[in-house]
Structure formats: structure tokens, C-alpha cells
Design a protein around this ligand. Sequence first.
Ligand SMILES: [Zn+2]
Ligand SMILES: [Zn+2]
Length: 209
Amino acid sequence: MLSIISFVLGPVQTNAYLIADDENGAAAVIDPAAEGEVILAEAQRRGWRIGHIWLTHAHFDHISGSAAVADGSSPPPPVGLHPGDYWLWRNEGGAPLFGMRIDPGPEPTIDLVHGKILRLGGVELEVRHTPGHTPGHVVFYCPAEKVVFCGDLIFQGSVGRTDLPGGDFNQLVESIRTQILSLPDETRLLSGHGPETTVGEERVSNPFL
Ligand SMILES: [Zn+2]
Ligand SMILES: [Zn+2]
């Protein structure tokens, strides 16, 4: 079974997810948004070992906690990112555009390409490339648990913004159609901001689709 702990962290209320195979405590952080020490403390309290940092995309509000998570883990977990967002990662996730500076943490060494299978203990997640919000945006789909960690691709009643560098609205809608709306209605969507929703709910009520 996959255990999922969510946190709302940082200046723009970003959702970070600490997930683990509860059989053996093998854990990963999806989008360590900020305040990595808060995520670390929760993992330690539960006796989980963080072995991976997986990024849906490289915007600063999804990566600012990487440094603290890595510094507090031994060995430091490798960081996974789609190659299409490396340029953004190198530019501090666009933070300077908003007058901020961040430490993006350890350099990504795992290429999260479309179709790659990520293993967490006995749980498997599939990487799906979903460009539009950023060129290298991905989502993580766990078929056994019927859940998608969907970053800033789609939100309850909304979709990711496409006015930042590398954004493309038509591409975003195409990504949602092919990679999200193709999934069963009961599939849970855990977004990068705001409350959880489902594929079925967005299929009928999302005004952008
Ligand atoms: Zn974003
Ligand atoms: Zn975001």
C-alpha cells in the first residue's frame, strides 16, 4: 500500500507529497516545495527513509525544499526531473522573474522520461510527459492506487498557467486530454496547488476542458 502525506508549503501554497510503501518504509518526496526540514521531520517520525526526490517540473515553488531534504538524508536522495525542464532548474526555477533567489539543491541525475517506471518498495509509478505548463512537465501515475500526482497540469476546476517562459496552452490541453482524461473516472488527482479532485469530476466540470 502507498501511504501519502501532503503538505502545503512556501509563499504560493504549493502541495508537496511525501509518499511511502508502508510495508518497508521506502519513501520519496514529490515536489519538495519549500521548508524541506518539515518534510524530513515527518519522514523521521514515521521511520521512513527518503530514497528519491521526484519533480513534476522545475518551477521554484516546487523545488525550493530539495536542498534541505537532501542535506538531511544520508545518502542524499537523487533528484529526478524531465530533461525538458533542466534549463528552468538551472535558472532557479524562474525565481528571479519574481524577484527571488533560491537554492535549487542537488543537480538532477535521473531523467524522468515518458514511460519510465519508478519503483518505491513494491509500488510502481509511471512517468507521463505532460508539456504545456512547462516543456518538461511530467505527472506520476500509480495504477494500483488509482492516483496521479499531477503538479501544475490540472487543478480542481482549473488548469496550469501557460503565460510563463516555455508555456503553451494548446499543448497543455492536449496533455490533459491524452494523459489525464484517458484514465478511469475514479482516479484521484493530487495537484500542485489546491484540493484533491478526480478525473471524473474534472471531465464534467472543468471549464477549461
Ligand atoms: Zn509551476
Ligand atoms: Zn506551482
